[in-house]
Design a binder for this molecule. Sequence first.
Ligand code: IVH
Length: 667
Amino acid sequence: MDFILQKIEDLRAQLNEHNYNYYVLNAPVISDIDFDRLMKELQDLENQHPQYADTNSPTQRVGSDINKSFKQVAHKYPMLSLSNTYTIGEVSDFYNRTKDLLNADFQIVGELKYDGTSISLTYIDGKLVRAVTRGDGTQGDDVTDNIKTIRSIPLQLRGTDYPKEFEIRGEVLMPWGVFEKLNQEREAQEEPLFANPRNAASGTLKLQNSSIVASRQLDAYLYYLLGENLPFDSHFENLQAARSWGFKISDATNRLSSLSEINEFIRFWDVNRKNLPVATDGIVFKVDSLLQQKNLGYTAKSPRWAIAYKFQAERAETRLNYVSYQVGRTGAVTPVANLDPVQLSGTTVRRASLHNADIIESLDLHIGDMVYVEKGGEIIPKIVGVNTDARFMIGEKVGFISRCPECNTPLIRYEGEAAHYCPNETGCPPQIKGKIEHFISRRAMNIEGIGTETVDLFFRLGIIKNVADLYVLNINQLSQLDRLGEKSARNITESISNSVNVPFERVLFALGIRFVGETTAKKLAYAFKNINNIKNATEEELVVVDEIGTRIAQSVISYFKDKRNLEQIDRLKEYGLKFEISQEQISRNTNRLQGATIVISGTFIHHSREEYKMLIEQHGGKNTGSISGKTDFLLAGSNMGPAKLEKANKLGVKIISENDFLNMIES
Ligand code: IVH
């Protein structure tokens, strides 16, 4: 393949992955700057090589946060994003470009860029009628019920001088104080923490239960009006009018008439934003006149009349004293930098993640180095560089350990993975405890009443050494422990006995086989029907199953090679856990789609894409990713890419709707 095309496809794949992490999972793995850099690289390549254009490229969309359980609503005006800049030089380029294009006097409105999740509100006759998330920019989730719980959003406007119908857009935010309290509560309940207030806000907005949303005390700032009959030609004056109708409009909104006023605004807010109750990640500059905005127009992705300036992440300098290593549930070993305490964005930082051996190597770290620590919106700070000028004496170079700090087993590194692992899965204490915690977790065996501390206690006392030991715990033994009363002992043992009814695919997931997540466990369970068949499957037989590659297959094989794992399974079988698919689950399968190759595209109402994939397989069909001469059906949801549609039509592939499909498998 052409080298350029390969590079383009590689970038698209990376960006798709990052988009998914960011918008769907709410768990970004790279910084915004790095994401923007990749996007820019792809944009440049696509511009230089238009023969490789693709309407499904990540450059063609603004991301997606669509969630199946909310009604999808199309935006009357698309929700675009802003192009980002990182230096004052780039902002002045924007200013001068605007001046040249307009060739007339103009004013700029400076606003803070609030770091939450965006929302579009529609008001008719002064009443809030709809609230929709950004989604993919064209359509989003109808979250009106959840939005109504945010007290700073007016349900009924004040006064009478508002337009009959208009939209107003802004940012839903979780204030720092609320965020910290929520995370403390989650820590106490042993629930996973939110990485930052943005994730907490968007996660909250997507909860199904709006009463929980109400308890989360979200806030919202509004910054953009759209409609046919807005009162003024000035964006700034419209915002002031909106404030009088009852909206929360930031006080940090100024009209600016020159580059030096723009500079001043940046300098002021770069410092003073630290005193605000909510997170901000930059400044937005907008041309004030709506008429001038209209004349400047839009590029494919963003307006020409506005730009975002992103703040540098807050940074501190401090000394690296030593590196320690943490072993996680999966055996992954994470290096941690231990630092001289330093103040950073209002908290004292003593430790920072160093991620993996490659990162340590690329930083060329030495003990005693003065290092830069950044908090880029996340709770866990990271080391981003070394101040080599401050190196008077050079300390010992930081390498990576070769043995597990917990059990002294030599570490290994899987091909293509950045992390080092301790392979001693059944003998390394944090891995054993982690495996037990995973086994009892809600999506696995759902055993209640035991949290991290209890697992730790049981393990220390030698009451449980592996998950099978859970099934021999008894009330008498437990209620004698200091920390547990008779009542909680009873709850725990009851919950353990009930867990024998958990279906096979979840038992398989609960075993904690490396790389076998929930979906993979389901696929294996349905494909092989029982644990013996999985145990006896060869690599060739395993990889035939959709989405199971050699990495997972090898991990499954090596799991079943270990005698200790087999013994544990035998014991669990003895205690009555389910190690085969039930008759009822089997009878749900049919061969109505036998031999049919089906491509899924778009978004759906009744089931998620993942569920449709599963349904296709359950009924004997095969799901593939791209349309070809071999495709029998295209299962088309809404918002499907035009390129796919065109290709399906060209190849004469039958297009079926969600309802057609459900009829096909039910009839
Ligand atoms: S104006 C067409 N103003 O930043 C431009 N956006 O990348 C409409 N944001 O999706 C957006 N503060 O979520 C605007 N004062 C502000 C903002 C702001 C935060 C977010 C918003 C938008 C993204 C743009």
